[in-house]
Design a protein around this ligand. Structure first.
Ligand code: CP
Length: 310
């Protein structure tokens, strides 16, 4: 059991819950290495993936996680639904609710939408990313990947680099990392770092080379190309020069550094392709851990105390 019925935010998630989810996630990683990558734990449970926004990793890894836990899975895509005929969000989800859904995983462009959903339905709600607010399951797979790599959070230094202001990944990572006692520095264009964010216990450094010298691991965030049209950065070339994690910057470092990215990557913008593909990178391991961590989250929310192999 976790402290909350739903999994919507990491703001008040206790350290005990985070560590429990990581330990179970690591056990599920072992299940994923077996010839038969499936356990009967959530047999008879109905889970709906309610996606109002594009997704590759989150949608696929939730679906895989649900199927590997033997749950019954239904996928909803907003673009082919009756929302296009004018049906409201509330009517849509209440129609879904009466079909006896135990858990809804939702991605939605509006911040706060997952919390709002808890007012409309009785199902357990998992936030698969709500606008530029939070992406708690991504942050959980990120901290699991760090733990797998470093085997401790003690004295760990993590930098989050890029557009912090519009990133749901950044906020959830900050909440989780600070709860775990990790030192966190943010780096990016000053206008893309929220005013007052130091109140969450993070530092800010605008010099990416100094940040690389300081950090054990960096989590590089996507420059959101869809927002470039409204002038968030002067040019891709200039961004790469000042904040990009380039091959040259990594070659000049006199130490090992772990490279993370939640995806999708803009190769040659925030991260050079050969850095993303290098031995320093754990980006694809993050994706694999995403399946195991989402299995862990669903297991703890829905299993009612059964053991992993029951
Ligand atoms: N990291 C992440 O949320 O990727 P998707 O948008 O592809 O789900």
């Amino acid at each position: 059991m976790l402290s909350n019925k739903h999994f919507i935010s990491l703001k008040d998630t206790p350290k005990e819950d985070i560590m429990k989810l990581i330990e179970t996630g690591l056990s599920f990683r072992e299940v994923l290495e077996r010839p038969v990558k499936k356990v009967p734990t959530l047999s008879g449970k109905n889970i709906l993936n309610l996606f109002f926004e594009n997704s590759t990793r989150t949608k696929m890894s939730f679906e895989l996680a649900e199927k590997r836990l033997s749950a019954d899975v239904t996928n909803f895509s907003a673009s082919s639904s009756s929302l296009n005929k004018g049906e409201t969000f509330r009517d849509t989800v209440q129609n879904i609710q009466v079909m006896k859904i135990d858990c809804i995983v939702m991605r939605h462009p509006s911040p706060g939408s997952s919390l709002q959903l808890t007012n409309f339905v009785d199902s357990i709600i998992v936030n698969g990313g709500d606008g530029c607010h939070e992406h708690p399951t991504q942050a959980m797979l990120d901290v699991m990947s760090l733990y797998e790599k470093f085997e401790t959070f003690k004295n760990l230094k993590v930098a989050i680099i890029g557009d912090i202001l519009h990133s749901r990944v950044a906020l959830s990572n900050i909440y989780a990392l600070k709860t775990l006692g990790v030192e966190v520095t943010l780096c990016g264009p000053p206008h893309l770092i929220p005013i007052g964010i130091q109140d969450l216990g993070v530092d800010i450094n605008y010099n990416v080379d100094e940040v690389l010298e300081w950090a054990d691991a960096i989590n590089v965030l996507r420059i959101q190309r869809e927002r470039m049209g409204i002038g968030l950065i002067p040019s891709v070339r200039e961004y790469r020069e000042v904040f990009g994690i380039t091959s040259k910057r990594i070659e000049n470092l006199k130490k090992e550094i772990v490279i993370m990215h939640p995806g999708p990557i803009n190769r040659g913008v925030e991260l050079d392709g050969d850095v993303a593909d290098s031995d320093n990178s754990i980006i694809l391991n993050q994706v694999l851990n995403g399946v195991a961590m989402r299995m862990s989250i669903l297991y703890h929310l829905l299993s009612e105390g059964d053991t992993i192999n029951d």
